[in-house]
Design a protein around this ligand. Structure first.
Ligand code: AMP
Length: 358
C-alpha cells in the first residue's frame, strides 16, 4: 500500500513500531514531540521503547494473529531493526501502510541480494563480490577476486559478526568452517581511507532530505564515534543514498554506509532500512533529528530542516562506559542519552553522548 496520495497523519494518530530497543525508544520520544502515540511490538516485555510508549504488545514475530491485531490498532507501522521476518512484514502491511516497504527489508536482510540490488538496479558502486555456498565455490571466488578478501554470512551479520578475513589460500578451509555451511558472500578486501555514512530520508510524498556526511570510527567492529559534518563532504554520498531510496520506492530514514577510497571513490558497504547509530548526533545538533525525520517521513509531514547548527561528535557508551554517567553529566556542551537497559553487558550499547565540538 502506498500513501503517496493520502493526507498527512494528524497528531493523535498511532504509530506502530516493530522492535522495542533503543532505536524504538528514541523514535517513540520523537513521535511524542509531534503529538503521536506509539505502540511497540516486541517479544520481550519492558524493553527500552516500552518505558516511553503508550501501548505495548508482547508476542512472537511469527504470531500472525498478534501481528495483525497490533497493525490494525495503528495508523502506520514501521520497524527499528532490519531482520523483521517477511511474514510479519506482509501481515502488518495487509492491515496498514508499512514503511519502509517490504522490498527494502528483503534487500537489506541478505548481503547478496543487497549488493546485487545496489549495483545492478540502483547503479551505485559496491566492492566486487561473489556468492559462496560451498568450500569449492569459495576456492573459485578466491581465484576470481584475489586475496585478501572478506567472507561474510549472507544473513544476520552485524558489528563484524559472521565475518572472516581470508589472507592466504591456507585460510580457506578454516574460513568456510566458520560459516557453518550457511550461504555467504566473498567480498574483495577494500583498502579504504575512511568509513563514512549518510542518513537520508524520503517521505511518502516523494520529498527527500539528507544530513551532511558522517565519519565513523569502529572499535572491535562496533561503532565507537561518529563526527559530523565530516571534512571533505562533496555531497556525492547523499546523492547515491537518494538514488538507492528512489530505486526502492523507499519511505522513511535510511542509513547508507560507505568505504571512501584514497582516490575519493565511494563504495557502499551496506544499507540499513531504519534510523542508525551513526545518526544519533543529530539529536543535539540544532536541526530536525533522524528520529523525528523518520516519523515525519512515514506520516507524510514535511521533512523539515536537516542542516546542523553545530559540528558534533557522538560517542557510544558500550558496556561499563555507562558507569561514567555522573562525570559525563558535568561536561559542558555534552548531552547524555541512556537507554534504560537494566543489565550492563560487555559489548552492549547502553547509551551515547553527543558533544558539540564546533
Ligand atoms: P559489516 O558487518 O559489513 O558492516 O562490516 C563491519 C566492518 O568490517 C566494516 O565497518 C569495515 O570496517 C570492515 N569491513 C567489512 N567489509 C570489508 C571489506 N570488504 N574490506 C575491508 N573492510 C571491511
Amino acid at each position: 500500500m502506498t500513501k503517496t496520495d493520502q493526507a498527512p497523519l494528524s497528531p493523535g494518530s498511532i504509530i506502530g513500531i516493530l522492535g522495542g530497543g533503543q532505536l524504538g525508544r528514541m523514535l517513540s520520544l520523537a513521535a511524542a514531540r509531534l503529538g503521536f502515540e506509539c505502540h511497540i511490538f516486541d517479544p520481550v516485555w519492558g524493553g527500552p521503547a516500552s518505558h516511553v510508549s503508550r501501548f505495548e504488545t508482547n508476542a512472537s514475530y511469527d504470531n500472525v494473529d498478534a501481528v495483525l491485531s497490533f497493525a490494525k490498532s495503528c495508523d502506520v507501522v514501521t520497524y527499528e531493526f532490519e531482520n523483521v521476518p517477511a511474514l510479519t512484514a506482509k501481515t502488518a502491511a495487509s492491515a496498514n501502510p508499512l514503511f519502509p516497504n517490504a522490498q527494502a527489508l528483503n534487500v537489506a536482510q541478505d548481503r547478496f541480494t543487497e549488493k546485487s540490488f545496489i549495483r545492478d538496479t540502483a547503479k551505485v558502486p559496491v566492492a566486487l563480490f561473489e556468492p559462496v555456498n560451498s568450500v569449492h565455490e569459495l576456492k573459485r571466488a578466491v581465484k576470481k577476486l584475489g586475496l585478501p578478501a572478506v567472507l561474510k554470512t549472507r544473513r544476520f551479520g552485524y558489528d563484524g559478526k559472521g565475518q572472516v578475513i581470508i589472507k592466504s589460500e591456507g585460510d580457506i578451509a578454516e574460513a568456510w568452517k566458520a560459516m557453518k555451511d550457511t550461504p555467504a558472500i566473498l567480498e574483495q578486501f577494500v583498502t579504504f581511507k575512511r568509513e563514512v555514512s549518510v542518513i537520508a530520508a524520503r517521505s511518502s510524498t516523494g520529498e527527500t532530505a539528507a544530513y551532511p556526511l558522517i565519519e565513523n570510527v569502529h572499535k572491535n567492529h562496533i561503532l565507537h564515534t561518529s563526527v559530523a559534518p565530516a571534512a571533505e563532504d562533496t555531497g556525492r554520498a547523499q546523492g547515491l543514498a537518494v538514488q538507492i531510496m528512489s530505486a526502492l520506492d523507499y519511505v522513511g530514514v535510511m542509513a547508507c554506509e560507505f568505504f571512501e577510497l584514497h582516490d575519493g571513490a565511494l563504495l557502499v558497504n551496506e544499507i540499513a532500512p531504519r534510523v542508525h547509530n551513526s545518526g544519533h548526533w543529530t539529536q543535539d545538533a540544532g536541526c530536525i533529528d533522524q528520529f523525528e525525520l523518520h516519523i515525519r517521513a512515514i506520516t507524510g509531514w514535511p521533512l523539515g530542516d536537516t542542516t546542523p547548527a553545530h559540528k558534533m561528535e557522538m560517542t557510544n557508551l558500550i558496556g561499563q562506559d555507562v558507569e561514567n554517567w555522573s562525570e559525563l553529566a558535568s561536561e559542558p556542551k555534552t548531552f547524555i542519552h541512556l537507554y534504560g537497559k537494566r543489565e550492563v553487558k560487555p559489548a552492549r550499547k547502553m547509551g551515547h553522548v553527543n558533544r558539540i565540538i564546533d
